[in-house]
Ligand binder design. Structure first.
Ligand code: ZN
Ligand code: ZN
Length: 337
């Protein structure tokens, strides 16, 4: 019996990455009968599927966002195995956000790992990435250029706290993506000893509560809406990146505008967005970590999804690893970086 090539049973079709012998899509870009979801970011998790398999954390995030539009949900614990059709499926921590998972597929002895989005730095708000040996490793490439080397997140948090100490008359408004970045920045601030109240834009409250309900302690959080302008002097206010420059921000006393994102490595982007205090804090692997991960999983073959595919493909090919671009569409790079 010949073993079918993985591209014969796992391939990109309209709607996304389709696993034929299992009859399911992974992170489909339109509603499907059966979906396996890596994590709750809106370009990976969408409403309207009939059946959804994910970790309990991801399902809770999807339920909070989609309500009844979530579909029939089934939770699978990290490390537990389930057989769907002719495929053994298991989920393993990806270290990206709460509930984020790599999907491990095994079909007729061939192991494919679809990593979704991932990072390698420790994150107090989610389980750490586990490298899984496999025959094909499917990786993102958001920051797959040698210029992207993220500094230690603690160093960036210190930068923020130093600025807060320097300008006690000003508020610091930090743009953070609502799912993951927000809670990670809060947890990092707590770890750095900042134990006073942190103010939140209303759009961030639900997911912070959800994290706390999943055992991630975030300390005192206060709604920024309704707080007196004077009370916000010398305080840290978190808001979605789009809100830091809009009408909402006018309530803040002479705000220092910060943004927490891997893209802040690119000074021009920080300038374009009017960011006074760029904080390079990313929930994605940087260039070194992408290559380190490829080495650790030991796969002879790599498939690259969204981001800068060419550089990574070229780089691993020089080490004798077969690599190709999957050309998946529908994934944004800006939002959750
Ligand atoms: Zn993501
Ligand atoms: Zn993504």
């Amino acid at each position: 019996m010949t073993v079918p090539r993985p591209e014969a049973w796992l391939r990109v079709v309209p709607g996304g990455l389709w696993c034929e012998p299992g009859g399911f899509f992974i992170d489909p870009t339109r509603p499907v009968e059966r979906a396996v979801i890596t994590h709750g970011h809106s370009d990976h998790a969408r409403p309207g599927n009939r059946h959804v398999l994910a970790t309990a954390g991801t399902l809770a995030i999807m339920r909070a966002r989609f309500g009844d539009e979530l579909g029939a949900a089934q939770a699978l614990d990290y490390g537990a195995t389930m057989t769907i059709g002719d495929v053994r499926v298991s989920l393993h921590p990806a270290g990206h956000v709460l509930g984020s998972a790599q999907v491990r597929l095994e079909h007729r002895g061939t192991r494919v790992v679809v990593s979704g989005d991932y990072k390698r730095r420790p994150d107090p708000t989610c389980a750490g990435f586990e490298p899984l040996p496999c025959d094909v490793f499917v990786t993102e490439a958001t920051f797959a250029l040698p210029v992207f080397r993220h500094p230690p997140a603690d160093q960036e948090i210190d930068k923020l706290l130093r600025s807060v100490a320097l300008y006690p008359e000003r508020a610091h408004v930090v743009g953070v993506y609502a799912l993951g970045k927000c809670q990670r920045v809060i947890a990092l601030l707590r770890r750095a000893g900042h134990d006073g109240p942190i103010y939140l834009h209303g759009a961030l409250a639900t997911l912070c509560e959800l994290y706390e309900a999943h055992g991630v302690a975030l300390g005192p959080l206060v709604p920024a809406t309704g707080a007196a302008k004077d009370d916000l002097k010398g305080k840290i206010v978190l808001a979605p990146p789009g809100a830091t420059h809009d009408r909402w921000a006018r309530r803040l006393p002479d705000p220092v505008t910060a943004l927490a994102s891997g893209w802040m490595r690119v000074r021009q982007r920080a300038r374009q967005r009017g960011v006074e205090l760029p904080l390079i804090i990313s929930d994605h692997a940087d260039w070194d970590e992408l290559n380190q991960t490829v080495d650790e999983v030991g796969a002879p073959e790599i498939w690259v999804t969204h981001g800068r595919e060419e550089a990574l493909i070229h780089h691993v090919a020089r080490r004798g690893i077969r690599a190709r671009a999957l050309s998946l569409t529908g994934f944004e790079e800006e939002g959750d970086a």
